[in-house]
Design a binder for this molecule. Structure first.
Ligand code: MLT
Length: 317
């Protein structure tokens, strides 16, 4: 069958399709060309650059499109609702980037605790500000993890290896799935954590999980990490509590808008930011691409995929 890949992908992923007898077109198409071309293909594989909007899905459904693969976790760049209505399966790779995102979140915690990026910048300006960069340790501190999925669990393992106490909150989970980590209420987590790391999706209808009220409930000097999705933290509220001194530092890989438009956050001296690179490692990209290609080929050969994002939606429309 015919596969269209419109975002950067490793050769070995293209080869996987070819080895199974599929014809692959790999071209980072612009939005208009994608709209014109998509109906010719049975499968469309994207990462996050390509926006698979309603019109693209509609055009695909008018032609041969049967499956959309997202080589990653979040499917916010795909109109999953329309795909479901039109019988197009959406698959992803939820396990591909787990370790990479957890490692970035952990690296962020260490960077903030010791002001590593700030100290590096200062050195490069020719300064020697030994007294300015007095940090804090991770050892003996409490890490509060919000969202106890795969990434939260990997982060907990790393934190415990650094002698941190880990507590977690997840509104969908009653019993902790992470060994040696107890589930606590959100109030307790906010009150007791020295570090807080978010690992939850952004739900538009619900808005940010961390707003003024949540910042108000936090410990003084808290360090907050968001490598999940922009929008789960209210950026204006974050700025207020950074300026007020309650939040010692914030580490952000994701933003309400990407690239970020609220520059006060990005430029703030107590904020460490990266450009949504949680899954951007060699290993995670190959893993995610491989898993997604396999999932797409399962659909195309009439099998039920393991990571079928719109399974429930398709059953109800
Ligand atoms: C994902 O959802 O896979 C990651 O956040 C990476 C990305 O969207 O680029």
């Amino acid at each position: 069958m015919k596969i269209l890949i419109t975002d950067k992908i490793e050769d070995e992923i293209i080869q996987l399709f070819k080895n199974a007898g599929h014809a692959v077109t790999y071209n980072e198409l612009d939005a208009d060309t994608l709209l014109r071309e998509v109906s010719k293909f049975d499968g469309l594989l994207v990462r996050s650059r390509t926006k698979v909007v309603t019109d693209v899905v509609n055009m695909g459904a008018k032609g041969n499109l049967k499956v959309i693969g997202r080589a990653g976790v979040g499917v916010d760049n795909i109109d999953v609702k329309t795909a479901s209505k039109l019988g197009i399966k959406v698959v992803n790779a939820p396990t591909g980037s787990t370790v990479s995102v957890a490692e970035l979140a952990f690296g962020m915690m260490l960077s903030a605790a010791r002001s590593i990026p700030q100290a590096d910048r200062s050195m490069k300006q020719g300064l020697w500000e030994k007294k300015t960069f007095k940090g804090v340790e991770l050892s003996g501190k409490t890490l509060g993890i919000i969202g106890v999925g795969r990434i939260g669990a990997e982060l907990a393992k790393r934190a415990m290896a650094f002698d941190m106490k880990v507590v977690a909150f997840d509104k969908f989970v009653k019993k902790s799935p992470i060994p040696k980590v107890s589930l606590v209420s959100i109030d307790k987590l906010l009150k007791e954590s020295d570090y807080i790391s978010l690992h939850i999706p952004f739900v538009k209808e619900e808005g940010p999980a961390i707003r003024e009220a949540e910042f108000e409930a936090m410990k003084n000097g808290v360090i907050i990490v968001n490598c999940a999705r922009g929008g789960v933290i209210d950026e204006k509220a974050l700025l207020k509590y950074l300026e007020g001194g309650k939040v010692r530092a914030a580490c952000l890989d994701v933003y309400e808008a990407e690239p970020p438009v609220f520059k006060d956050i990005v430029n703030h001296p107590k904020v460490i930011c990266t450009p949504h690179i949680g899954a951007s490692t060699k290993e995670a990209q190959i893993r995610a691409g491989t898993i997604t290609a396999e999932q797409m080929m399962m659909v195309l050969s009439g099998k039920t995929p393991d990571f079928w994002v719109n399974k429930q939606l398709m059953a109800t429309v």
